[in-house]
Design a protein around this ligand. Sequence first.
Ligand code: AHR
Length: 312
Amino acid sequence: ASSVACLMLSGAVYAQDMTVGFSQIGSESGWRAAETTVTQQQAKERGIDLKFADAQQKQENQIKAVRGFIAQGVDAILIAPVVATGWDDVLTEAKDAEIPVVLLDRQIDAPDDLYLTAVTSDQVYEGKVAGEWLAKEVGDKDCKVVELQGTTGSSPAINRKKGFEEGIASNPKITIARSQTGDFTRTKGKEVMESFIKAEGGGKDICAVYAHNDDMAVGAIQAIKEAGLKPGTDIKVVSIDAVPDIFLAMEAGEANATVELTPNMAGPAFDALAKFKADGTAPPKWIQTESKLYTQADDPKAVYEAKKGLGY
Ligand code: AHR
């Protein structure tokens, strides 16, 4: 591993001469692409040499990449873990090689001494915020919801489902009629929404769609339009991420609400790593990012303009 020099500048820590391996999931969504861009920008700003590996949605590729980073003797490893289980062995290998690992945006089911920290949102809370918004919006009308889940076995799919169920629990008029994975992609989101529409009276029986990310919501909006219905009015649309495209849909009245997930997970991760390398200060095991609700009342056009350029 290269030598590590750290500079403390007005509160922020900059790690120079650090080589960091980054195992990214792939590019399934607009949010994911932005996270990759922002990670590269944050590394560049700090003079970090970032080794990037795209796993194309496969955990086996991630494990291979991490083993490669260990063999190269990198100073640290970032992993955005595609699924929550199956990480113990490779993380033990990184630990034995004394290479700190930071998890980005998704959590795992493994003992927390196998990684330095995890920079993620509270995904149960995200789902809960979406559910509570819908519970209030629906009031005392009967409402059949269809749910587009994220990648099966991933922490956001598990947690956003759980959180949403908690969020709607206060409103007995809401039921989840159908729930299926759309793999966090636009194409699959559209496809699954088409099948939901077919199964639910041509869409007339659906009151809302809850998508675990905005890309699937954008796909669903397309399917709703093609079925001759009005997204945002005939079928409410609530999702998670707050990518620029969902604000265009909100501006057009075709999406109703989204919960923001920052694509900047790497900034806090690099700061934590730099401090750890400099003086051994261990960060908390969880560095939580913010989750903010946006609705059509939040000037979607202005938010769209502000978001463009922030990695999107
Ligand atoms: O893990 C974060 C999720 O992964 C984002 O919400 C989604 O867009 C992405 O694919």
